[in-house]
Design a protein around this ligand. Structure first.
Ligand code: NAD
Length: 360
C-alpha cells in the first residue's frame, strides 16, 4: 500500500477538492440499517437551488464516487447557467450495485437525507435509478423532479434531451457547411439508449445517413430494423469516415488517442463529460479542425424539461426553449471564432460569467 505524506493527504482531502472545483457543500450519508452509502454534492446555488439526478453505481472505491459526483454537479451548474435557467448545480451518487443493493427502505432513507437539505438540493432520476425508486424517494421528500406524467410530472426527459442534441447538430452543420440540412450527411450515433434512440428518429426523419453503434446487440438489431439504419458493431469506430460523430453512451470518449484518429468534421452528442481532460482535449479538437459542440450546452434539453416541471409543466414551452439550443450553439461557435478560443472554453466562460454576475 502506498503511504501518502501529510501534504499529499491534505491535497486529496474533500475540502481541497471542493476549493479546486468551487463546491459549496458536500454531504456524505451513511445509514447502518439500510446500508445506504451516498454523497450529495452541491456545486453552486448562485442562480437557484442545485438540481441534478441521483446515480447509483458500483464504484471501485469511495474516492471514485466522490470524483464522479463533484464533476457531475459542476457540469449541472454550467448546464443550467448556459441555458439561462435559474438553477444551481448538484448531483448525488449512491454507492452500490443497483441490481443487488437497492431496496425501498434504502431509497426512502436517501430521500430523508435530501429532505434534510431543505430544498437546497433537488434530485431526479439518473443512471441506475427507475421511476419506481423515485417514488420511494418522493415519499420522504418533496424535493424531487422528473415525476411520471401519470402523477402530473414531466416524465422521461430523454426525448427532450435528444431534441436539443438534434438542434445542436443542425446548428453545427449550418456553421460548418453553410446549411443546417442533414440530408445525406453520414452520422455515427454511439449509444442508442434513451437519448440515442430518439436522436436516430429525428435524424432519419431528415434523411440523414445514420450509422448506429452500441454494445447491446439486441437494441442495435431492434433500432436498425425500425429505422432502417446501418450498424457498425466494432468498438474501433473512431476512424470511421463519417461527417458527424454523436457520442450518446458514456463520457471520456475524446482523448488524445481517439481525437488523433477522428475523420469526422463535427462532434455533437448527448453524453456528459465527453472530453477526458476538458482543456487539453477541447484544444486538440480545435487544432485538428473538428467542430466540437460543448456537451453541457447541447444536452440541456432534459434539464430544461424538469425545470419546467418545477413551475407547472408546459411541454410546448419546454420544447420551444430547448429549440433555442440551435441559436446558443451557433453563437458559441461565432464567439469562439472571433475570440480565437476553442468552443468548449468559450461556453465555459459564458456560463461562468452569468454565475459571477449574479453573485452578491
Ligand atoms: P442509457 O443508459 O439509456 O443509454 C446508453 C447506451 O449506451 C446504452 O444503450 C448502452 O448499451 C450504450 N453503451 C454503453 N457503453 C457503450 C460503449 N462503450 N459503446 C457503445 N455503446 C455503449 O443512457 P441515456 O439516458 O440514453 O444517456 C446517454 C448519455 O447522455 C449519458 O452519458 C447521459 O449521462 C447523457 N445525458 C442523458 C440525459 C437524459 O435525458 N437521459 C440528459 C443529459 C445527458
Amino acid at each position: 500500500m502506498i503511504e501518502l505524506s501529510i501534504q499529499e493527504k491534505s491535497k486529496n482531502s474533500v475540502i481541497n477538492k471542493m476549493i479546486t472545483m468551487g463546491h459549496e457543500q458536500v454531504v456524505h450519508c451513511f445509514d447502518r440499517e439500510t446500508g445506504l452509502k451516498a454523497i450529495i454534492a452541491i456545486h453552486d446555488t448562485t442562480l437557484g437551488p442545485a438540481l441534478g439526478g441521483t446515480r447509483m453505481w458500483n464504484y471501485e472505491n469511495s474516492n471514485h464516487a466522490l470524483l464522479d459526483v463533484l464533476r457531475l454537479s459542476r457540469g449541472m451548474s454550467l448546464k443550467a447557467s448556459i441555458s439561462g435557467l435559474n438553477l444551481g448545480g448538484g448531483k448525488a451518487v449512491i454507492i452500490g450495485d443497483s441490481k443487488k443493493n437497492k431496496t425501498p427502505e434504502l431509497m426512502r432513507k436517501f430521500g430523508q437525507y435530501v429532505d434534510s437539505l431543505g430544498g437546497k438540493y433537488i434530485t431526479a432520476e439518473d443512471v441506475g435509478m427507475s421511476t419506481k425508486d423515485m417514488e420511494y424517494v418522493r415519499s420522504t421528500t418533496k424535493h424531487v423532479t422528473g415525476i411520471p406524467i401519470s402523477m402530473g410530472g414531466s416524465g422521461d426527459p430523454s426525448p427532450v434531451t435528444a431534441y436539443g442534441v438534434y438542434m445542436a447538430i443542425k446548428a453545427s452543420a449550418k456553421y460548418k457547411w453553410g446549411s443546417s440540412d442533414l440530408i445525406g450527411k453520414s452520422i455515427l450515433v454511439q449509444g442508442i439508449g434513451h437519448v440515442g434512440m430518439h436522436l436516430v428518429k429525428y435524424l432519419k426523419e431528415e434523411n440523414a445517413d445514420v450509422i448506429i453503434n452500441d454494445i447491446n446487440k439486441e437494441k442495435v438489431n431492434k433500432i436498425s430494423n425500425e429505422y432502417k439504419v446501418k450498424i457498425f458493431s466494432d468498438q474501433n469506430f473512431y476512424d470511421l469516415d463519417v461527417d458527424i460523430y454523436a457520442p450518446c453512451a458514456l463520457g471520456s470518449t475524446l482523448n488524445p488517442f481517439t481525437i488523433n484518429r477522428l475523420k469526422c468534421s463535427i462532434v455533437a452528442g448527448a453524453a456528459n463529460n465527453q472530453l477526458e481532460d476538458e482543456l487539453r482535449d477541447s484544444e486538440l479538437l480545435m487544432k485538428k479542425g473538428v467542430l466540437y459542440a460543448p456537451d453541457f450546452l447541447i444536452n440541456a434539453g432534459g434539464l430544461i424539461n424538469v425545470y419546467s416541471e418545477l413551475n407547472g409543466y408546459d411541454k410546448d414551452a419546454a420544447l420551444k426553449q430547448t429549440s433555442d439550443i440551435y441559436n446558443t450553439t451557433l453563437n458559441i461557435f461565432k464567439t469562439s471564432e472571433v475570440e480565437k478560443i476553442n468552443t468548449h472554453v468559450t461556453a465555459l466562460k459564458i456560463a461562468q460569467e452569468r454565475i459571477n454576475k449574479n453573485k452578491k
